[in-house]
Design a protein around this ligand. Sequence first.
Ligand SMILES: Cc1cc2nc3c(=O)[nH]c(=O)nc-3n(C[C@H](O)[C@H](O)[C@H](O)COP(=O)(O)OP(=O)(O)OC[C@H]3O[C@@H](n4cnc5c(N)ncnc54)[C@H](O)[C@@H]3O)c2cc1C
Length: 342
Amino acid sequence: MEKQAEIELRPEDRGDDYDAIVVGSGYGGSVAACRMSRAGIKVCLLEKGRRWKAEDFPTDSWKIMSAVRYQNQNLGIRFGPEDALFQLYEQNDSLAAVACGLGGGSLVNAGVMLPTPIRARRNLKWPKEWERDWDICESSAAAMLRIQSSSVKFPIAKVMGEIAGAEFEANIESSVKLSVNFDVEEPPSNPPRLEQINSCFACGNCLAGCPYNAKNSTDKNYLISAIQAGCTIRTKCQVQYVIKNPHGICQPGGISRERRWRVYINEIDYITSDWVILSAGVLGTTEILFRSQMRGLRLPDTLGSGFSCNGNNLAYVAGWKPCTPEWLWIEQKAIIRDTFPR
Ligand SMILES: Cc1cc2nc3c(=O)[nH]c(=O)nc-3n(C[C@H](O)[C@H](O)[C@H](O)COP(=O)(O)OP(=O)(O)OC[C@H]3O[C@@H](n4cnc5c(N)ncnc54)[C@H](O)[C@@H]3O)c2cc1C
């Protein structure tokens, strides 16, 4: 039987030199680390947060308070553990919440897996050939995250169905699928199961982490697969900035004698690699890029603008009027520019 991988530092793998460094371990970072490691690339994944076990997740309001780090730019205050599960940024009338931990947003999100809308698949920003592979990639992610139709009628499913109604022509409420396990006994799966997972109790604690180990967050699939393929994972390791290695020389064929990038994990220590994948989420990635720009990395002036998050969904759930993408864009840009000034 294949030995179960454990998510922990593997001392024999500690080195400061990799083919690729992946920053962040949400969906973006986990998939990148998994795919590259399985392709034989020497990968190191750096995650700011810690590993969260099922029994560690907060299950009441008091415990949630201790799992929050809060920063208010206007008041100049910040409190809470640096690696808290929830990182809150407040400024003016905007509040942004992001997850922090091995698994990123997959630890605390609702796990709803909606099919990608056609307008997103055909977005001209993506390479044309991606549209052709989209279905294959979506099925592969569905298998890895073991998505299932919900046997429980969660009230939130109705809300998600209404939001999705704007994106999809058909009513998809009945077909909402979740990366949560509802089977009492696990069915055989392909790819093979990487970690024992329990059945959902419909306790409703999903958005503060699953205390029953029933949610398929990325630490239970992509990251374990990455480790099995040789990836090194470092938790509690916050990337500060990235610069080009002044000694990195590119030889013909793209192979460098010294690695091309330096990834600083504090003001002194850095790790080198030929590729860096910044997948630290909307705020985390932008923060690293602003800091890198201050250290001389050339980046476009548009940095900090033109991206989105699912704040519109959260606002909808909270009963606010639907807001326009422009409104969201301006608010997020304000938060990012002022929280991480150049
Ligand atoms: C409450 C909530 C519910 C949601 N529900 C759904 C849903 O039902 N369905 C759905 O599809 N999406 C949902 N989402 C959105 C989804 O979770 C995110 O889109 C997704 O997690 C983004 O993935 P990511 O890899 O880009 O970033 P993240 O998941 O945010 O991961 C980024 C990681 O990078 C780490 N990091 C940040 N800065 C640094 C640094 N400097 N150095 C090292 N590491 C760093 C963070 O700690 C984090 O672990 C929800 C989100 C929230 C907040």
